[in-house]
Design a protein around this ligand. Structure first.
Ligand code: COI
Length: 354
């Protein structure tokens, strides 16, 4: 794979790997030795290279800094028992990166640059893919405007980069979430379905207010009436109600999560009833009160399956059934982990090995 696209390995870093304790990794704190970069200018992607991970130069006038002209992805790689690197559903991340690029007036990234860049980087930093249970290598591909122009217009120069970091759990324990009925994450016609920085930055303040009240995260509701559930924090959200798996249907305002899609596929494969539809807040609250809601969890790449133990709504807190009693979400987490680690047959063709 190396050099099929003339990826210039500029310099091998002095490795920092001895500084990390793989048994005790904090999410997003320590980055692997190298990073991949490609540059877009005059209508073409060029200067494909791998360099030591380090701070980079960017124009102070870059629209990435001023107008949030940046998009990103998140995926994970695992080490299997034979020492091979298993990458989970990278094709879906590649697809979604270009969907986000389109919305943000960025050029499409060719498939070969994404995959050759990713594979070359992972081969070089192979030792950074952890094999401790519960850990993985989080991979962050991103594109941002590299223009040197402060006016508002579609940018002309971009950088595509990939950085990686070994990670453990994003949420160390089940989360308490508050249903948000004032602030909004996304609106119809907006960019909620994309992974652009603009969707994440403004969400931090409402989440901080909820954290001051003892919650870990928010459940976002629709921007018009706050009547329908959308996502939870940085994850998609799912419920088991009356034995059916229920999740908000995709649209302009909801990220097409790859963990979401994986959970739905496994559930359908197991013969479970799955409903992707509008999910009214009132239905969820009634189902909790009547004991018909047996599970609630977030689904995301960083968070995997994050159990929700408590939901707050309009000043009232609702305790959910004990996590140990949740048959589906515990089982689907194990199933997905088994597929990712090569311990369960990859019947969906989701894992690529390098
Ligand atoms: C992911 O799950 O990959 C995300 O992008 C969430 C992130 C903002 C930490």
């Amino acid at each position: 794979m190396i050099d099929t696209l003339n990826i210039d390995i500029k310099k091998i870093a002095e490795s920092k790997i001895s500084q990390i304790d793989f048994n005790n990794i904090q999410f997003g704190k320590t980055y692997s030795d190298h990073m991949f970069t490609a540059e877009y200018e005059n209508g073409e992607w060029k200067n494909l290279r791998i360099e030591p991970y380090e701070p980079m130069r960017i124009s102070p006038a870059s629209p990435a800094l001023h107008y949030g002209i940046s998009i990103f992805e998140g995926l994970k790689a695992y080490k299997d028992s034979e020492g091979k690197i298993n990458i989970f559903r990278a094709d879906k991340n590649y697809e979604r990166l270009n969907i986000s690029a389109n919305r943000m007036c960025m050029p499409q990234l060719p498939e070969q640059i994404f995959f050759d860049g990713l594979h070359t980087l992972l081969e070089l930093d192979n030792k950074w893919v952890p094999d401790v249970p519960g850990t993985s290598l989080y991979i962050r591909p991103f594109i941002f405007s590299n223009d040197d122009y402060i006016g508002i217009r579609p940018s002309e120069r971009f950088k595509f980069m990939i950085i990686t970091c070994p990670v453990g759990a994003y949420y160390a324990k089940p989360v308490k979430v508050k249903i948000e009925d004032h602030f909004v994450r996304a609106v119809e016609g907006g960019s909620g379905y994309c992974k652009t920085g603009c969707n994440y930055g403004p969400a931090i303040y409402p989440a901080k207010l909820a954290q001051q009240k003892g919650y870990d995260q928010l459940i976002w509701t629709d921007g018009k009436e706050h009547k329908y559930i959308e996502e939870s924090g940085t994850m998609n959200i799912m419920f088991v109600i009356d034995g059916k798996l229920v999740t908000p249907a995709l649209g302009d305002t909801i990220l097409n999560g790859i963990t979401r899609d994986s959970v739905l596929n496994v559930a359908r494969d197991w013969g479970m009833d799955v409903e992707e539809r509008k999910v009214p807040v009132t239905e969820v609250i009634a189902a909790i009160k009547e004991g018909r809601l047996t599970e609630a969890f977030g689904a995301g790449t960083a968070a995997t399956i994050a159990q929700i133990e408590l939901i707050g709504y309009k000043g009232e807190d609702f305790q959910l059934p004990a996590v140990e009693t949740r048959e589906f979400s515990n089982k689907v987490l194990k199933e997905l982990d088994g597929i990712k680690l090569g311990q369960i047959e990859d019947r969906f063709g989701w894992v690529s090995k390098i």
